[in-house]
Design a protein around this ligand. Structure first.
Ligand code: FE2
Length: 89
């Protein structure tokens, strides 16, 4: 019924992207805690996980904007860019 609907692809990308955002927030927090407590080995590992989460998020955004919903990219690319440019940890 919905197998050819691009909205389904968009939803299937949005769900794991929400997980990545949760990971980014969590690893960003524990990076700060590890840094504040002087646990440099833990900080390095958490920072690596944080970077992996960001990379996965960027890949999902690229897929969402280019493959899954090209019309959405044309209409909403400035919104997507604003979200990513303003987000730094
Ligand atoms: Fe992840």
């Amino acid at each position: 019924m919905f197998e050819d609907d691009p909205a389904i692809d968009a939803v299937l990308i949005a769900a794991p992207q929400k997980v990545e955002h949760y990971e980014i927030a969590s690893y960003g927090t524990i990076c700060a805690w590890a840094d504040q407590m002087g646990h440099s080995d833990a900080f390095d590992l958490f920072k690596q996980n944080l970077q992996e989460g960001k990379a996965a998020d960027e890949k999902l955004t690229t897929i969402a904007e280019s493959a899954a919903n090209p019309e959405g990219e044309e209409k909403g690319s400035s919104i997507g860019n604003q979200n990513h440019e303003s987000f730094s940890i």
